[in-house]
Design a binder for this molecule. Structure first.
Ligand code: FAD
Ligand code: UDP
Length: 367
């Protein structure tokens, strides 16, 4: 059979593109993924204890985009969920993002207004100009001590780079608050798909024009199939056979553990921001999914590593230059389009990938 489109990768980017192209343009799509499941890194599954886990770490949906929320709402119902994270220092838990409660608890203060907290930050912050890396952006807002405690070591563990070796946007993802809002995100829409991400992907892909082939690296089948156009959502350097060298992507090893207890920790996620603990964060899944299991709970610990499945682009100026070479090569490549976190080498959240795909589809359709 001849396909109109070959789409590589069945994560958010590939699946949304497949749905739009098959449904709106009535084109035949072959969607290929090298893994044995759809959903990309957002994939979730029930483990042997019946607990819904996120195989590739905690995924919390949040967006300010009505368009993205309404689009995905066609494929899932939602459960309201506002994510909270604590940072652990010396066996004590503090709200992260840093807020008034964090400051009061850490420094034995009694601030009750935003103004007092702001004045505190003003008294400890160190002016940095220009803001050229992730150390600058934090120290410029809250000074060295809070930076050391909450950002420096977590960042080194996550990226094997110190914050001064990463773009400001990395640590800049985490706001600094003067109020006592302990939510991780403040977006307008914060929900979890009611029956999980994989069920939502099944609905996105349930179309007669979408053919799915799993367990297949697209390169192994290129000479066996015919198609007009390709949408590529995997790592862009792999597409071009690493011709300019390897782009660094950060990977993670997840260690899952089952514990015979009702609750393992206070919040769904605890960030281990201290240097001497080898993992970054610890997630307790039933706190994300609101499942109740008498006396049982499942957690995962994240150990960041260089090798393995690519999960994160590594945003800094050196990698941006290298990505630029691949980007220019991609622009010259006829009838192949590169979209998604790995293909665009962008530290996108799920909603940003969906937003990008909806826009990109409109361009494609109008061509
Ligand atoms: P992916 O999901 O990576 O999909 C790419 C797919 O391409 C993969 O399935 C891969 O197997 C396939 N592929 C690659 N190469 C080939 C090949 N050669 N042949 C065939 N198939 C191939 N976002 C949020 O909004 N909220 C969160 O809480 C959140 N938490 C996260 C936690 C972790 C640990 C990670 C890693 C990411 C998190 N994200 C979160 C980001 C989110 O996972 C991404 O934004 C989103 O999954 C990107 O979708 P994608 O389709 O671009 O990429
Ligand atoms: N970060 C940190 N300490 C924290 C939380 C975040 O140093 O307690 C830094 C770290 O570099 C991390 C980045 O901020 O990689 C972005 O954090 P986020 O929680 O958004 O990471 P993600 O969920 O994408 O892994």
């Amino acid at each position: 059979m001849k396909y109109d489109y070959l789409i590589v990768g069945a994560g958010f980017a590939g699946s949304v593109m497949a749905e739009r192209i098959a449904g709106m343009l009535n084109k035949k799509v072959l969607l290929v993924d090298k893994r044995n499941h759809i959903g990309g890194n957002a994939y979730d599954e029930f483990d042997e204890h019946g607990i819904l886990i996120h195989k590739y770490g905690p995924h919390i949906f949040h967006t300010n985009s009505k368009k993205v929320f309404e689009y995905l709402s066609r494929f899932t119902e939602w459960r309201f969920y506002e994510h909270k994270v604590s940072a652990k220092i010396n066996d004590k838990l503090y709200p992260i993002p840093i807020n008034r409660i964090t400051i009061n608890k850490l420094y034995n203060k009694n601030f009750s207004t935003e103004k007092e907290t702001e004045e505190f930050y003003n008294s400890v912050k160190e002016k940095r100009h220009p803001i050229s890396n992730s150390e600058d952006i934090i120290v410029n807002k809250i000074g060295h001590d809070l930076y050391e405690k909450f950002f420096k070591h977590y960042t080194k563990k996550q990226w094997n780079l110190y914050p001064d070796e990463l773009s400001p946007a990395v640590c800049g993802r985490i706001p600094i608050r003067t109020n006592d809002d302990s939510r991780y995100f403040t977006d307008k829409y914060q929900f979890m798909p009611k029956e999980g991400y994989t069920k939502m992907f099944e609905k996105i892909l349930a179309h007669k024009n979408i053919y799915i082939q799993l367990n297949t690296d697209y390169k192994t089948m290129l000479d066996k199939i015919k198609f007009d156009k390709m949408i590529f959502t995997g790592p862009i350097d792999y597409y071009f056979d690493y011709k300019f060298g390897k782009l660094p992507y950060r990977s993670i090893r997840f260690e899952f553990e089952k514990h015979d207890m009702e609750s393992y920790q206070e919040t769904a996620v605890v960030n281990y921001v201290e240097k001497n603990i080898p993992f970054t964060r610890l997630t307790e899944y039933k706190k994300l999914t609101a499942q109740s299991f008498g006396g049982k709970t499942v957690i995962s610990k994240e150990f960041a590593q260089l090798n393995g499945e690519p999960y994160y682009p590594v945003p800094n100026s050196k990698n941006k230059l290298l990505y630029g070479k691949y980007f220019r090569e991609a622009e010259k490549t006829k009838n192949v389009y590169f979209v998604g976190r790995l293909a665009e080498y962008q530290y996108y959240n799920m909603d940003q990938v969906v937003a990008k795909c909806l826009l990109f589809f409109e361009e494609l359709r109008d061509k």
